[in-house]
Write a protein that binds this ligand. Structure first.
Ligand SMILES: Nc1ncnc2c1ncn2[C@@H]1O[C@H](COP(=O)(O)OP(=O)(O)O)[C@@H](O)[C@H]1O
Ligand SMILES: [Mg+2]
Length: 262
């Protein structure tokens, strides 16, 4: 579990995060959603310590990350997996070498043990035959899978994904989302996902924090969204008339079901 308490961040005189509080739970896909520029990436960078907060606090399972020394943070960093935008694989390394890299940096495992772990992670993301391929030789969706395998190779307790679907077609996006969600539940990981993809929101949004101009505008689950009356949220999620109509139809359907069974 990760707890945000009144997190504030500014650059110069520009306030970016204006006091954000939320709890990111274990075993759930915690989505941070919001328009481009609303502060999602800055918030994630504060959470992993790439940026320092100006005020407020971030706690990892009750321990204040914000007030830790760099040496103390190292222990938490080892438990963090990150899936970077565009997967950020090393081009000169094979798929297998990419996934093995964190093990070489942070574990004392023998080569055989490392290889076994890499094979297991690549199998988990359904990439059995790509070990010897280079990033340039595989598709965007496969690259993301490799990125996920690399992010989970050290058995992280916390997983951060910044726009995991950027550059993917809707169907591949959905597969990647579902994979991240499955892994989150399977290993009870506290997963935080930045996205502005409305498919992700509806598919895997166990817990959603909607940022609007650096503030938490709304919080809830994908099920709550259908009935939410928050105007800004509705405009953001159901941007087109088509989606607004779809929402209303779904709302009616759910209401009918409820009255039918109740
Ligand atoms: N290092 C920085 N210095 C100054 N301004 C920044 C910096 N990083 C981000 N910003 C600003 O913070 C705001 C939020 O950015 P960001 O978190 O990247 O938005 P999002 O990820 O939601 O699209 C933007 O206005 C952006 O220009
Ligand atoms: Mg961003």
């Amino acid at each position: 579990m990760i707890e945000l308490k009144n997190v504030c961040k500014r650059f110069g005189d520009k306030e970016i995060l204006k006091g954000i509080s939320a709890i990111m739970e274990a075993g759930k896909a915690n989505l941070i959603i919001g328009a481009s520029g609303s502060g999602k990436t800055v918030l994630m960078k504060c959470m992993v310590g790439l940026l320092e907060v100006d005020a407020g606090e971030i706690l990892y399972d009750g321990i204040s990350f914000s007030s830790m020394s760099n040496a103390e943070r190292k222990h938490i960093r080892k438990e963090i997996g990150m899936l970077f935008q565009g997967a950020a694989l090393f081009d000169s390394m094979t798929v297998e070498q990419n996934v093995m890299f964190p093990l070489e940096m942070f574990s004392n495992l023998s080569y055989r043990e490392r290889k076994k772990r890499v094979d297991a992670c690549l199998a988990r993301v359904n990439l059995q035959d790509a070990h010897k391929k280079y990033p340039a030789e595989i598709s965007g969706g496969m690259k993301k899978r490799v990125g996920i395998a690399r992010a989970i190779v050290l058995n992280p307790k916390y997983l951060f994904c910044d726009e995991p679907n950027s550059g993917l077609d809707p169907q591949t996006s959905m597969l990647i989302d579902k994979l991240i969600h499955e892994i989150t539940v399977e290993y009870n990981i506290t997963t935080v996902i930045n996205t502005h993809d409305m498919n992700s929101v509806m598919e895997i949004g166990d817990h959603i924090v909607y940022l609007y101009e650096g503030k938490k505008q709304w919080e809830g689950s994908n099920k709550d969204i259908i009935f939410s009356k928050d105007e800004k949220l509705n405009q953001f999620i159901f941007a087109s008339q088509f989606l607004q109509d779809a929402k209303e139809m779904r709302q009616q359907e759910l209401l009918n079901q409820r009255s039918g069974t109740g």
